[in-house]
Design a protein around this ligand. Structure first.
Ligand SMILES: O=C(O)C(=O)C[C@H](O)C(=O)CO
Ligand SMILES: [Zn+2]
Length: 275
């Protein structure tokens, strides 16, 4: 379990490359037969990965939660970014194909990640504190709220699939979805935005071998960057933009927690105002 603390934007201005990476980048999410957790003080979101290879993995509570089981006071959203697998929730099995999502509500006692029978299942998850119990539900692409954004002319043509969002599935504060860039498009979330009411985590995948994504963060007039590899995540404080440009097209999962559930509640930044 890793822990990440909240940072004042004025302090962030003085960070070196190493320190920016140490505080915001999550590198080794997937480890053989293990579940990894990064507990952040930004809205207490947990960013994690489960990679069952030879055995099923039970989601155990972690010391920092001081709870008897993981979801005692939390909700979780899981998206499979690997081969077809399944997750069992209190004895009910939910098959999860590539890019399918599962929302699990507060007070579900036993969550088990199962290995795939035809490859390697990789379960990426975000978990946030919850104060009400909502039903567990699988969400497929068909059920997602889908929006086309950007254009090829501005190299940002992409499909946003809102999977775990309140118009699709009721949640306490978690929102998660997946954005796919079209071939030839490399920019995500450009023009960028901030949302002081929510933090966000981005998980980049489907980055082809030998390609990278340059993720931009910081206040709009004081930006920095992190070079990211496939299957890595990055934290975005509420005061920060979160945008990226790849050396090819790619896909990413966004996940948010905080004050409200209004996806569109963004403070837009004009591209020409960035520094
Ligand atoms: O491509 C995009 O633009 C996004 O996917 C934006 C994220 O959904 C986001 O940052 C939501 O706040
Ligand atoms: Zn955002």
């Amino acid at each position: 379990m890793n822990k990440r603390f909240s940072i004042h934007p004025n302090d962030f201005k003085h960070y070196t490359t190493d320190k920016i990476r140490k505080e915001f980048l999550i590198e080794d999410l997937f480890q053989n037969d293990a579940i990894t957790h990064t507990y952040t003080h930004y809205d207490r979101l947990i960013v994690g990965g489960a990679m069952p290879v030879n055995k099923a993995l039970k989601l155990e509570t972690i010391d920092v939660l001081k709870s008897t089981y993981f979801l005692e006071r939390r909700e979780i959203g899981i998206i499979n970014v690997g081969a077809s697998g399944s997750v069992t929730v209190d004895g009910t099995q939910y098959p999860l194909n590539f890019k399918e999502a599962l929302y699990i509500g507060k007070e579900c006692k036993e969550v088990v990640f199962h290995p795939s029978t035809n490859g390697r299942a990789l379960y990426y998850f975000n978990s946030a504190p919850a104060h009400a119990k909502y039903p567990t539900r699988k969400v497929t692409f068909k059920e997602a709220e889908t929006v086309e954004m950007g254009s090829l002319e501005t190299s940002n043509s992409r499909t946003i699939r809102k999977l775990i969002i309140n118009t699709v599935v009721p949640t306490c504060q978690l929102q998660m979805g997946l954005t796919e860039l079209k071939p030839g498009s490399v920019w995500n979330t450009m023009p960028p935005h901030t949302h002081d009411r929510r933090m966000e985590a981005y998980f980049y995948f489907e980055i082809p071998e030998n390609q990278m994504v340059c993720h931009f963060l910081g206040e709009p007039q004081e930006t920095r960057h992190i070079w990211m590899k496939n299957n890595q995540a990055v934290l975005s404080p509420p005061w920060s933009i979160h945008s990226g440009a790849g050396t090819s097209n790619y896909t990413f999962i966004w996940g948010m927690a905080g004050e409200n559930l209004d996806y569109s509640d963004m403070d837009a930044v004009k591209t020409v105002d960035l520094r």
